[in-house]
Write a protein that binds this ligand. Structure first.
Ligand SMILES: Nc1ncnc2c1ncn2[C@@H]1O[C@H](COP(=O)(O)OP(=O)(O)OP(=O)(O)O)[C@@H](O)[C@H]1O
Length: 360
């Protein structure tokens, strides 16, 4: 049975239709992310699950129980906020134990619970520190410990890492995954950072304008986006014009600039009809053929138009006859492989298996 289930959930703020028929089931122990551009409704959906917003229409159940008229503080959920609202004048231990104020357990038991929670988030021994003397990452851990100590069934995280610098954010991502596996609590994360969602989640719902555009595990979202919008939001993608000649178990498609291709139907996850389509190709599935290299794959000629060097990778824009936009190609930098200059004539290898057929 799913821990959280939403059926036809709508939310209006006055006339504004913020959630437009959300159907979603989230399992016990899942790391689930809500991903989407600013204003798509992900925070609204999270706050609806938490009970800070009511459902205008539809059904929300947690643990089999209808949540209508169940206030936030009586739900088995706990929210960790973006602006880690910890009390600077209290000690770390006092902050973490804050939610146990009215708990009937003895003082000794509470002290033990605080110690356990601090240990979980890697802050054992920090209990006596004043909260204001902590780094951003440490404060975020205190906020987490403060939620975990309440033993919620579901932890709701609203952009919890957005205030941290890149290195710290990446470190905390790994720690959060480990922590979630250890405690086995369902995590629902709101993020607009696609990389964060891909790294951390078991499954992701990609949202646009109050609705779910696609729901899936990170790999299927990346490899088989069901629309141009999803494809453009997750990772880099080249979009080419194409024309479908016949659509059956394999789809015959004419890809402008590249040529004819036969594509298995599973590479059109959104479905496809005869006529004009958009074709997606990820930059890392195209490769530049360097001096003397041969390829079994299809090959097309081009000229290097732009080069961006990233240390481990180089990103090339390569002009190809018949295409309005250059192709974006990412190449791993290997020893003995030169970085090409702008203007270098080159050949590009591509593969029918990496084409994705998308709506226009
Ligand atoms: N209390 C409110 N009253 C009226 N409109 C609201 C309210 N809260 C949110 N909205 C609107 O609902 C839409 C969805 O907002 P929401 O905060 O859920 O988006 P989001 O996807 O979380 O975006 P962001 O990443 O910018 O936080 C927005 O257009 C927002 O302006």
């Amino acid at each position: 049975m799913s821990l959280i289930s939403l059926e036809g959930v709508h939310k209006y703020y006055g006339d504004y239709h913020a959630l437009r028929g959300i159907d979603l089931k989230i399992a016990q122990g899942e790391f689930f992310s809500l991903l989407g551009p600013s204003g798509c409704g992900k925070t609204t959906l999270l706050r609806t699950i938490a009970g800070f917003e009511d459902v205008t229409d539809g059904i929300l159940k947690i643990d089999g129980r209808d949540m209508r008229r169940v206030p936030a503080n009586h739900r088995p959920t706990n929210m960790v906020f973006q602006s880690y609202a910890i009390f600077p004048h209290l000690s770390v231990a006092e902050n973490v134990g804050f939610g146990l104020r009215r708990d009937p357990r003895s003082r000794a038991e509470k002290v033990r619970a605080v110690g356990e929670a601090l240990e979980m988030v890697g802050l054992a021994g920090y209990g006596e520190r004043r909260a204001h003397a902590l780094s951003g990452g440490q404060r975020q851990r205190v906020a987490l410990a403060r939620s975990l100590i309440l033993k919620p069934k579901v932890l709701l995280l609203d952009e919890p890492l957005s205030a941290l610098d890149k290195k710290m954010r990446e470190q905390m991502q790994v720690e959060l995954i480990k922590l979630q596996r250890e405690v086995g609590i369902t995590f629902i994360l709101v993020t607009h950072d696609q990389e964060e969602a891909l790294v951390m989640s078991d499954r992701i719902a990609v949202m646009f304008e109050g609705a779910i555009g696609q729901l899936g595990d990170p790999e299927s979202l990346y490899r088989r986006p069901n629309s141009r919008r999803v494809a453009g939001f997750i990772g880099m993608m080249n979009f080419l014009d194409g024309r479908v000649g016949s659509a059956g178990p394999t789809i015959a498609v004419d890809v402008r600039g590249l040529g004819r291709a036969e594509v298995p139907a599973e590479q059109a996850p959104g479905g496809v009809a005869e006529g004009d389509v958009t074709i997606g190709i990820r930059p890392e599935t195209l490769s530049i053929l360097f001096e003397g290299e041969q390829s079994e794959r299809r090959v097309v000629d081009g000229v290097v138009d732009e080069v961006v060097y990233y240390g481990d990778m180089t990103y090339y824009d390569v002009r190809v006859d018949g295409l309005d936009q250059p192709l974006n190609i990412s190449m791993k930098n290997l020893i003995g492989r030169p970085v090409l200059d702008v203007g270098t004539p080159t050949r590009i290898a591509w593969d029918e298996r990496s084409l994705v057929l998308l709506d226009r």
